[in-house]
Design a protein around this ligand. Structure first.
Ligand SMILES: C[S@@+](CC[C@H](N)C(=O)[O-])C[C@H]1O[C@@H](n2cnc3c(N)ncnc32)[C@H](O)[C@@H]1O
Length: 232
């Protein structure tokens, strides 16, 4: 039987319920695996997120996903617009996309509205902007927007954001590579958010339960059969 993949798990959680999935799959896992996944849940940070607008290069997108996940982010948003659907080069993301939720949006406006409704302050990253990374207020949830390799962040996206922020540059190059910028911003801002929270992670109880069920179910062979046998 094939091992269940990430995108097949959520519909089964929806159908059977979180508790039924946990009851069915937890006895199939080694205790060390359960502990590893619990520790991962403790470190997940939902109040910092990344938005990538109209990226061209799937390798850059994958590197951004990998860095964001490695720093413990839960979510990454993409505004797909003219370049079509965001894709991740699997050889670069090395499976990181299994552990971070990707949300696609048709426009910057749609993405901004969704993030504002969740209480995020929006920051546009723009080389040369006078507000620097260290000056970004970290007392509220933050969404950091990045532009594409050639054009940078669109004027529309910049206008939707609360702040325009930069990392100072001292050489002759005028900007950093996109995925390098993501790693630098997320590295610093995740550390500052964690300092404000006084904890590594900030998952709500319901998100934590959902992710716990999803992560424990990942890779179980014949998950539907396992669930059906467990609830019958
Ligand atoms: C290769 S740069 C784009 C360069 C583009 N010509 C411009 O002027 O914005 C790709 C993205 O990385 C981010 N970035 C690169 N260097 C940055 C810096 N020094 N400060 C803030 N963001 C930067 C921005 O999101 C930018 O849109």
């Amino acid at each position: 039987m094939p091992r269940v993949k990430r995108h097949d798990v959520d519909p089964l959680i929806e159908e059977f319920g979180v508790q039924a999935v946990l009851d069915a799959v937890t006895p199939l896992l080694a205790e060390s695996r359960v502990q590893t996944l619990e520790a991962g849940l403790d470190r997940k940070l939902s109040s910092l997120t990344v938005v990538l607008e109209n990226l061209y290069d799937p390798h850059n997108g994958a590197a951004a996903v990998r860095s964001s996940e490695a720093f413990g982010l839960c979510d990454l948003h993409t505004v797909d617009g003219e370049t079509g659907t965001f894709s991740v080069a699997p050889d670069v993301s090395v499976g990181a996309h299994k552990w971070i939720d990707l949300h696609t949006h048709k426009s910057a406006e749609e993405c901004a509205s969704a993030l504002r409704a969740q209480g995020f302050v929006l920051c546009a990253t723009v080389p040369g902007a006078p507000m620097e990374l260290e000056d970004i207020p970290v007392d509220k949830p933050l969404a950091i927007w990045f532009g594409n390799e050639r054009d940078g962040l669109s004027n529309e996206a910049q206008a939707l954001c609360d702040h325009r922020v930069s990392i100072a540059m001292y050489g002759f190059s005028q900007s950093f590579n996109l995925s390098v910028s993501v790693a630098m911003f997320v590295h610093r801002l995740a550390a500052k958010r964690r300092a404000v929270l006084g904890a590594d992670g900030d998952l709500s109880a319901s998100r934590r339960e959902h992710l716990r069920a999803r992560w424990r179910a990942l890779g179980i062979r014949g998950l539907r059969d396992v669930l059906e046998r467990s609830v019958s």
